[in-house]
Ligand binder design. Structure first.
Ligand code: AMP
Ligand code: ZN
Ligand code: ZN
Length: 303
């Protein structure tokens, strides 16, 4: 029987990459400490800042929200109803009931009201659903945070997400993306600071935190994410991790420590301008979101 290295009680969790056995209480503490350390390491925010946590109803974003509350940060939730059938309905209910349980505000924006739901939007844009959805999510997160006095947007991207993106960017030598792959995107020219406090926490670790904290979360993946190449990269990295625990964390952390500073030196900041239609920052005269909106209204007018 494994014993918790802190108190000697029966361990509930074993973390091979850290060679750590922990009981429930000490695991929850370990997780909160790790989140706190990451926030400090990357100077993400402090206890005076108003943080908006983007919650999807999944394990990562709800665990992040819970951990920030435990750590005493001023963190409210933000949910975008993407209108993806039962998946969105269920994830909304879970996010809502979590917010009621912890007594925090959950702000909600619904695509049914604002434009059209994601499945509908796919008819108007030939890009993969996840790209369209990403444009919409980024737009509303930034706009909402700015209009409601939040200085920081925190998302639940975890180590598996970041390592898979890093792997893909490296395979393709997407140097411009690599230059921006950092867990803090600074505030500038109309963009609110965006942070990823779970970037050094694996998917398994955040799932265990959610379960041991009694958080009800949506287990299903978004139906549109099926077949995404990132899933193959995640599986491949998981195989390496299985053979050699700690590989994923080393791949990502050492990139940030050794490679990112070199790449950053040659980063050319894209010139941003306010979108002519909505005023949000954009690299073009008209932002990606307004472009999408225009396509929708043109096609609707034709129909
Ligand atoms: P995904 O892009 O689905 O992997 O989600 C990455 C992060 O984006 C999540 O951890 C959340 O922080 C945020 N997010 C995803 N979906 C939503 C949503 N519907 N509403 C608000 N935030 C979301
Ligand atoms: Zn213990
Ligand atoms: Zn715009």
């Amino acid at each position: 029987m494994r014993k918790c290295i802190k108190c000697g009680e029966k361990a509930q969790v074993y973390l091979p990459q850290h060679r750590l056995s922990l009981c429930k209480q000490h695991y929850l503490e370990w997780f909160d400490n790790r989140v706190e350390k990451t926030i400090k390491e990357f100077k993400m925010f402090n206890r005076k800042d108003k943080v908006l946590v983007a919650v999807s109803g999944g394990k990562d974003s709800l665990s992040l929200w819970k951990s920030l509350i435990n750590l005493g940060y001023d963190a409210d939730g933000f949910y975008i109803n993407l209108g993806i059938g039962e998946y969105s309905q269920k994830s909304y209910e879970l996010a809502k009931s979590f917010s009621e349980k912890v007594g925090k505000t959950l702000h909600v924006v619904s695509l049914y009201k604002e434009m059209v739901p994601i499945p509908e939007m796919r008819k108007y844009d030939s890009r993969p659903a996840c790209s369209v959805c990403g444009t919409v999510k980024r737009y509303y997160m930034n706009k909402f945070a700015k209009e409601n006095g939040y200085k920081i947007i925190a998302t639940g991207h975890n180590l598996d997400d970041e390592a898979a993106v890093l792997f893909s960017n490296t395979l393709n030598w997407s140097v411009e993306y690599l230059k921006r792959q950092y867990p803090v995107l600074p505030e500038e020219d109309g963009f609110i600071r965006k942070v990823k406090p779970l970037c050094k926490i694996s998917e398994k670790e955040s799932a265990m935190y959610a379960v041991l904290s009694g958080i009800d979360y949506i287990e299903e993946e978004c139906p549109f994410s099926e077949g995404a190449t990132s899933i193959d990269y995640k599986m491949f990295l998981a195989q390496l991790e299985e053979k050699s625990p700690g590989t994923k964390l080393r791949f990502y952390s050492e990139f940030l420590r050794k490679m990112y500073p070199i790449l950053k030196q040659s980063e050319e900041k894209p010139k941003l301008q306010p979108c002519k239609i909505c005023g949000e920052p954009s690299t073009n005269e008209i932002c990606a979101f307004c472009n999408l909106k225009m396509k929708i209204s043109q096609k609707e007018a034709k129909a």
